[in-house]
Design a binder for this molecule. Structure first.
Ligand SMILES: [Zn+2]
Length: 109
């Protein structure tokens, strides 16, 4: 019987997710759809090993077309005033992800 070290598996999965994110960023805006493939592998790996994708990475992934949003290549970043938040807008499909940065708007723990 093989005993699995789940902590080790999760650490390796986290490392691979970071590597895939870097590769997806390099392929963003290029033809072939490799960045979408890398993002789908990231999502598959995070659900299989129960590892969450870091917030910064999640913000740069378009929810509707599954592509990486790289500002200046295939997306834009804007600061919205009410509520104070950072908007990542995908230029391919137009959907946006946002992150609230105002201290007063964030819920208290
Ligand atoms: Zn999109």
């Amino acid at each position: 019987m093989v005993i699995r070290d789940k902590g080790l598996e999760r650490r390796i999965a986290t490392e691979r997710i970071e590597i895939l994110f870097g590769l997806a960023k390099e392929q963003a805006g290029k033809r072939g759809g490799l960045s979408k493939r890398y993002v789908s592998l990231m999502r598959k790996m995070s659900s299989h090993y129960k590892v969450s994708i870091p917030k910064e990475m999640k913000l740069a992934i378009c929810k509707s077309c599954n592509d990486i949003i790289v500002p200046g290549i295939n997306g834009t970043v804007r600061l919205a005033s009410t509520p104070k938040r950072i908007l990542y807008i995908c230029s391919r499909c137009g959907s946006s992800n946002s992150l609230i940065y105002s201290k007063s708007a964030q819920p208290r723990a």
